[in-house]
Design a protein around this ligand. Structure first.
Ligand code: UDP
Length: 464
């Protein structure tokens, strides 16, 4: 299992791995990171099948082969993608079937008929590409699933049919604070739901994802046994296929370059001018959105806290606005240079910067992991899907952040920022997250759990 460590770069590759990412930022990043991890072992060549929509920046990966497939999305559907990701993902699972099958069949066949080409060892797809299991079955190649969320949130997704049956869902306002007895420590409000035009489509998509994950040959997780130990035992019962928690992916290599948006590097030079641990970094990821009133409460909470902040306001973050129009004129000036706003930041570098002292996040799983790995305590504002589960674990299980439990009114925001950045509570959270950072940092080292699971994953794939 030492091949890559002796001669990691370009040698002739024995087996081909075909990877198929979901074209959303939070899914694309981990899949491309996984591709790099597996390539660096020296055992595999990498072929990425990808949709035209949100296609990766191919020039950043000269060591991979890329196969684009048509996704059948009209311009309007692509534009609407972030406002209803359930509709988008469901549509893609229908639109891509034929093109994906043809592409994969061609790759598999070329490895069989042409001796100069590597044989395909297996297919690795995002769990959301549920249709790909039947394609893999029909071509008789194993499919391993990449699940880009935490193990705990995937268990919550898997439990949705039961929770519907038991009446926890749809969520009733009067029940939001009630505990979900089957999934401690979750409350009803933490269950992974999402606003979409048609909830039936959501439950169907999740049901298919769970069913086809159970039918797969294994699951790769961007998480760590040391972080989710007891959950891993339950996952093994619910999904009786081999599980490989080999995260955190982004820590195998220096900061990744799979950003779908241009990263504003001026954030780093701005951070360079600030004292250590003084800046609150604020970002809600690539999909979450809010209305103008919420945005203004955030803005005034940030301003009134008196703390320096670096704020990612993605175009599209505020529904109905192009960018910063809702901010009152002169807002930035009233902050006396304490605030800096960009459209998209090099997040991993920002979190690793000595000036960054806190992260106000939507708790997408990548953001949560990145924050843990840099030891930056969090303020949690989960918006949809798995984010509520991640936030509950951050605030109640790992106790490395605080969560807004009922709305984000400016006075509450201001207090929360002070609690995290300057008060004792924040100091305690910082101490706990620094311990966790150390524990998680060990996972990738010789003798660490992720290191061990990566070795088993390689042996497993080579056994196909
Ligand atoms: N990200 C970034 N710049 C930003 C905001 C986010 O590079 O300004 C990256 C972040 O590092 C993470 C990903 O985008 O890897 C967001 O994934 P996550 O799962 O946190 O949230 P999602 O975008 O899927 O909601």
């Amino acid at each position: 299992m030492e091949k890559g460590r002796e001669s990691p770069k370009h040698e002739s590759k024995g087996r081909r791995l075909v990877l198929f990412p979901i074209p959303l930022q939070g899914h694309m990043n981990p899949m491309l990171q996984l591709a790099n991890i597996l390539h660096a072992t020296g055992f595999f060549s990498i072929t990425i099948i990808h949709t035209h929509f949100n296609s990766p920046t191919i020039s950043n990966y000269p060591h991979f082969t890329f196969c684009p497939i048509p996704d059948g999305l009209s311009e309007t559907e692509s534009e609407a993608s972030t406002s209803d990701s359930v509709a988008l993902l469901s549509l893609l699972n229908t639109n891509c079937v034929a093109a994906f099958r043809d592409c994969l069949a061609g790759l598999v066949l070329s490895g069989v008929e042409d001796e100069a080409k590597e044989p395909t060892a297996c297919l690795i797809t995002d769990a959301i590409w549920h249709f790909s299991q039947s394609v893999a079955d029909s071509l008789e190649i194993p499919r391993i699933v990449l699940r880009t969320s935490s193990l705990s949130s995937f268990l919550a997704f898997a439990a949705l049919p039961l929770l519907l049956e038991k009446g926890y869902l749809p969520k009733q306002d009067s029940q939001l604070e009630s505990p979900v007895l089957e999934l401690p420590p979750l409350k009803v409000k933490d269950l992974p739901t999402i606003s979409t035009r048609n909830h039936e489509v959501f439950y169907k998509l999740i049901g298919s994802m769970v069913k086809e994950t159970k039918a797969s040959s294994g699951i790769i997780w961007n998480s760590m046994e040391d972080l989710e130990q007891s959950t891993l035992a339950t996952v093994r019962q619910v999904f009786p296929v081999p599980s490989f928690p080999i995260g955190p992916f982004h820590n195998y290599f220096p900061a990744s370059s799979s950003s779908l948006l241009a990263q504003d590097k001026s954030s780093i030079s701005w951070l360079d001018t600030r004292p250590p641990k003084s800046v609150l970094y604020v970002s809600f990821g690539s999909i979450a959105s809010m209305d103008e009133a919420e945005f203004l409460e955030m803005a005034w909470g940030l301003a009134n806290s008196g703390q320096p902040f670096l704020w990612v306001v993605r175009p599209g973050l505020v529904r109905g606005s192009k960018w910063l129009e809702p901010l009152p004129s002169g807002f930035m000036e009233t902050n006396g240079g304490r605030g800096y706003i960009v459209k998209w930041a090099p997040q991993q570098e920002v979190l690793a910067h000595p000036a960054t002292g806190g992260f106000w996040t939507h708790n997408g799983w990548n953001s949560t992991l990145e924050s843990i790995c840099e030891g930056v305590p969090m303020i949690c504002s989960p918006c949809f899907g798995d984010q509520m589960v991640n936030a509950r674990y951050v605030s109640n299980v790992w106790r490395i952040g605080l969560q807004f439990e009922s709305g984000m009114e400016r006075g509450v925001v201001e207090k929360a920022i002070r609690r995290l950045m300057v008060e004792k509570e924040g100091e305690e959270e910082r101490e706990r997250i620094l311990c966790l950072k150390e524990k998680v940092g060990f996972c990738l080292k010789q003798g660490g759990s992720s290191h061990h699971y990566l070795e088993s994953l390689i042996s497993y794939i080579l056994s196909f």
